[in-house]
Ligand binder design. Structure first.
Ligand SMILES: Cc1ncc(C[n+]2csc(CCOP(=O)(O)OP(=O)(O)O)c2C)c(N)n1
Ligand SMILES: [Mg+2]
Length: 576
């Protein structure tokens, strides 16, 4: 464990001294991003954070709205694999973190909350801005410590350092099965801060060093070995990662990889898996399913797993709950490999029939789908028909195809919840790009903030993880839900982010509900679709974002090529 770093001189405020020791230790442990919202009770942490930023030890992100701050930290952690610190004041400020905390809990995203609170003598007596903050998030935090106010005892810097270590371990999942949120509820007593000693040094040994993400819960123990025999498919849900593709390839098994799985590539990928799962000679024959990550986008996958006679093995689950539709899965393991017999069977021509049937059928469906006027533009000679296509109004299919084509490994793609992510999942071909989505709870909240976090973390100096653009694709209600996250104070780093909004008259996903066929149209409109008419151009101008409208395919292609130099909103009206 590194030496706790502190100055020999201290301020006259125990709150300040404690905050400096705590934040210094987090830097030592590899934390690089700190998101904070203003407040009096948290001032010692905030001022220490400002100094740490000045010393080049952390990237500081200041936000007004704690809900945005929470989701920003989710995005930062999705990109870096490390928890960001989130500093807020007492009262409703803490409660505003709840949506992001739940998302992080369910998705297994590391997060460390430093929530300032009144000391014990001011609790329970209707003091201003005082509620029960410890335990507020219930089972969603891996660790919640109610820390008494520092009073200036000599060992408080050591206590602070130990707390940082505990929070870091909990958030990165060292002692549990998954990363997630940890909360230090920190009481502070007057004086809530004091001037920092002039000789205080923030150059902790680890300051400026680019950290490596903690590995989290280790996949120790031998891998489960899969023998050949049962007709097998590999399912990759959100966050599955490349191990799913590697297993499918090694075993010669079809790969049913969702769009945000991190495994949507390779020769075994079955883009049209939903249709094929419904086919008696393909989906109907499956005997064994190996699941990575968290599948959420189709009904067919959970139905397959819950089916009688299908053996399911769940690998390295994300989050604390284990995916188990129908509670029928019996095998749970942290790692899995095809055994030698399965690998050689996969290489023998006779062993490839199962895979080939899936691949060929999916390919035929893909060719049919591509026929709907979506061929790439041929610049050498545009026919009248092609011109009509370029000028035609946009559909969801055209939109997701164009965004997918525009995305490269140096970019990031974030997908909001609802219909567009499903449209992408139904059709986009394999491509090794980074696709992220908040599928822990699939909320339509916090999507802009998450994408801004991904963008800021990916472009962060001194070693940017990406030189491209972060594109985030979402529906109109999802956008309007998180408008507050467009608010960037002057002087804050500008994310290279393109917010792409498919405007289709509200929650068009509800078209898919059975009741949509029977309920009165005006009632559906009023209580489910809830269309809004907001002038996005004016909104963009109000928040200082660039704006562009893409009403046709050629507009869209133009808007998606070239990296925006400033944060921008791209409005795309869609055929409902
Ligand atoms: C925070 C939150 N509130 C409500 C929902 C329920 N919900 C799911 S999709 C949706 C509509 C989203 O509309 P839009 O963003 O326009 O996407 P579209 O369905 O049109 O693709 C709603 C309200 C949710 N998932 N999360
Ligand atoms: Mg919509």
């Amino acid at each position: 464990m590194p030496e706790p770093v502190s100055s020999t001189s201290t301020s006259t405020s125990p709150a300040t001294n404690f905050s400096i020791a705590l934040l210094n230790e987090f830097v030592e442990l590899g934390v690089r991003d700190l998101v904070l919202c203003p407040g009096a009770r948290s001032q010692a942490l905030a001022l220490a954070a400002a100094e740490l930023e000045r010393a080049g030890c952390i990237r500081l992100h200041v936000r007004t709205d704690e809900r945005s701050a929470g989701f920003l930290s989710v995005g930062l952690a999705l990109e870096t694999g490390l928890p960001a610190l989130v500093v807020v004041t007492s009262g409703t400020a803490v409660a505003n973190l709840h949506p992001a905390v739940l998302e992080a809990h369910h998705a297994g995203v590391p997060m460390i909350l430093l929530t300032a609170d009144r000391p014990s003598e001011l609790r329970g007596i209707r003091s201003n801005q005082t509620t029960v903050q410890s335990g507020l998030f219930g089972v969603a935090t891996r660790l919640c410590l109610d820390v008494p106010a520092p009073v200036g005892e000599p060992d408080e810097a050591g206590i602070a350092a130990a707390l940082a270590g505990q929070a870091m371990n909990a958030a990165t999942g060292v002692f549990t099965t998954a990363p997630g949120p940890a909360q230090l509820n920190l009481a502070f007593r007057e004086p809530l801060s004091a001037a920092l000693p002039s000789d205080l040094s923030f150059s902790t040994p680890n300051c400026g060093v680019v950290p490596t993400p903690a590995s989290g819960a280790s996949a120790d123990g031998p891998a489960m070995l899969l023998a050949p025999g049962p007709l097998t498919v590999v399912v990759a849900g959100d966050g599955a990662g490349p191990a799913a593709e590697a297993l499918a390839y090694a075993g010669g098994w079809p790969l049913l990889a969702e769009v945000s799985s991190g495994a949507r590539f390779g020769p075994n990928l079955i883009v049209h898996y939903r249709e094929l799962l419904g086919a008696a000679d393909l989906g109907g024959q499956v005997e064994r399913v190996i699941v990575f990550g968290h599948p959420t986008l189709s009904r067919e996958i959970p139905a397959l797993i819950a089916r009688d006679g299908v053996e399911t093995i769940i690998v390295a689950p994300t989050g604390l709950e284990w995916y188990n539709p129908g509670r029928s899965a019996r095998g749970f393991t942290r790692s899995v490999e095809a055994d030698a017999a399965a690998i050689s069977a996969a290489r023998a021509p006779a062993g490839r029939g199962w895979l080939n049937r899936w691949v060929m059928t999916s390919r035929t469906l893909a060719e049919a789908a591509a026929d709907e006027g979506r061929a790439p533009i041929d610049k050498r000679g545009i026919t009248r028909a092609e011109l009509a296509v370029l000028r035609a109004p946009l559909t969801r299919a055209l939109l997701v195809d164009a965004v997918w084509r525009a995305s490269w490994p140096h970019d990031r793609l974030v997908l909001g919840a609802s219909r567009l992510i499903r449209e992408a999942d139904k059709r986009v071909p394999g491509k090794k790009i980074t696709v992220l989505a908040n599928r822990g709870l699939a909320g339509i909240d916090g999507t802009i903030a998450t994408a801004v976090g991904v963008a800021l973390a990916s472009q962060a100096e001194p070693e940017p993880r990406s030189v491209g653009v972060t594109r985030v694709l979402m529906g109109d209600l999802t956008f309007l839900h998180d408008v507050g996250s467009l608010l960037l104070a002057p002087g804050e780093p500008q994310p290279r982010v393109q917010v792409i909004v498919g405007v289709d008259g509200g929650g068009s996903i509800f078209d898919g509900l059975e009741v949509a066929a029977t309920a009165p149209a005006d009632a559906l409109e009023r209580v489910l679709y809830t269309p809004r008419s907001v002038d996005l151009q004016a909104l963009a101008a109000a928040y200082g974002w660039d704006y562009s409208l893409a009403a046709t395919r050629s507009d869209l292609e133009r808007a998606l090529t070239g990296a925006p130099s400033r944060p921008m909103i791209l409005e795309v009206p869609l055929v409902r």
